[in-house]
Unconditional design. Structure first.
Length: 244
C-alpha cells in the first residue's frame, strides 16, 4: 500500500476545494453532490470525508481560503491607523479584493447567489450569522472609538451605525456581482461609504497635495535641451476593510 505524504494530502484537499468552487458556481450548492466534487477532483468520495465532515464543512473551508487572507490584511494595519481609517480600511479591503481577485469574486458569488440555507447547509447559515455578528461588533467598536477621538456624539447608536455601514458594503458588493460591468465597485463603494460617514458627523482626513518641486533653469551649455520634468509625489489614497 502506498503511503500518502502530507504534501499529497494537501494537494488532494486543494483539488477538492477547487472542484467544489467551480461546481458550486456553475450548478449551485444544493445541486452539487459530494460525488460530483470527488469525480471532478479525480478522487473518491471517501477522500472528501477524510478531509471534511460534510458538504457544510467543505463549503466553510472554501470560504476561508478567501476570507482569511482578507482578515489578515485588515489586521496588519490595526496598529498604524486611526479608528476612522481602520473602519474605512475594512470596507475598502473587501471591495478591492473582490474587484481584483477572481477567486474571491467567485466565492462571494457562490455565497450570495448560489447557496440555499436549508438541510445540511443550515450549519453554513449559522456560521454566516456568526461572521456577521463578529464584523458588526468590530464596526461598533471602531465607530465608538472614532466618535470619541473626534469629540462628537453620533446621531444614532453605534449598533445602528454599524448595521448601516454593513448594509452599504453588502448592497454595493451584491449588486456589482450581478453585473460586474455595471459600475466600478471600488469607486462607487468608496463614495457611498464616505458620504455615509460624513452624514454621521465624522470628518474624513484630507488628502495632502503633492509637494511642488522647482524646475531648475537650463544652463548656457545646454540651452537647447528641455529642463527635466518634475516628478511630484504620488497621491496616497487613505482608504481601505471581512465580509462574507
Amino acid at each position: 500500500m502506498v503511503r500518502r505524504t502530507k504534501a499529497d494530502a494537501e494537494a488532494t484537499r486543494s483539488a477538492l476545494l477547487d472542484a467544489a468552487e467551480q461546481l458550486f458556481l456553475a450548478n449551485g450548492v444544493s445541486r452539487t453532490s459530494l460525488q460530483d466534487i470527488a469525480s471532478a477532483a479525480g478522487t473518491t468520495r471517501g477522500a472528501i470525508y477524510w478531509h471534511f465532515q460534510d458538504k457544510a464543512a467543505l463549503f466553510h473551508a472554501m470560504m476561508e481560503r478567501v476570507t482569511l487572507p482578507m482578515e489578515q490584511s485588515i489586521n496588519a494595519a490595526q496598529a498604524i491607523e486611526t479608528p476612522l481609517q481602520r473602519l474605512r480600511l475594512s470596507v475598502l479591503t473587501a471591495l478591492r479584493i473582490t474587484a481584483s481577485d477572481e477567486q474571491a469574486r467567485r466565492v462571494f458569488m457562490i455565497a450570495t447567489q448560489q447557496v440555499e440555507f436549508n438541510g445540511e447547509m443550515l450549519a453554513v447559515r449559522e456560521r454566516k450569522l456568526r461572521w456577521r455578528d463578529e464584523y458588526l461588533r468590530y464596526l461598533e467598536q471602531e465607530f465608538e472609538a472614532a466618535a470619541r477621538e473626534a469629540g462628537i456624539t453620533l446621531p444614532v447608536d453605534t449598533r445602528t451605525a454599524a448595521l448601516g455601514l454593513k448594509a452599504i458594503l453588502s448592497g454595493v458588493l451584491d449588486n456589482w456581482l450581478l453585473d460586474t460591468a455595471s459600475y466600478d465597485v471600488v469607486s462607487v463603494g468608496t463614495q457611498v461609504m464616505d458620504r455615509y460617514l460624513c452624514g454621521l458627523g465624522l470628518s474624513l482626513p484630507p488628502v495632502a497635495p503633492a509637494p511642488r518641486r522647482a524646475v531648475p533653469a537650463p544652463s548656457n551649455a545646454a540651452s537647447d535641451e528641455a529642463p527635466p520634468r518634475p516628478s511630484g509625489s504620488p497621491k496616497r489614497v487613505r482608504s481601505q476593510t471581512r465580509t462574507a
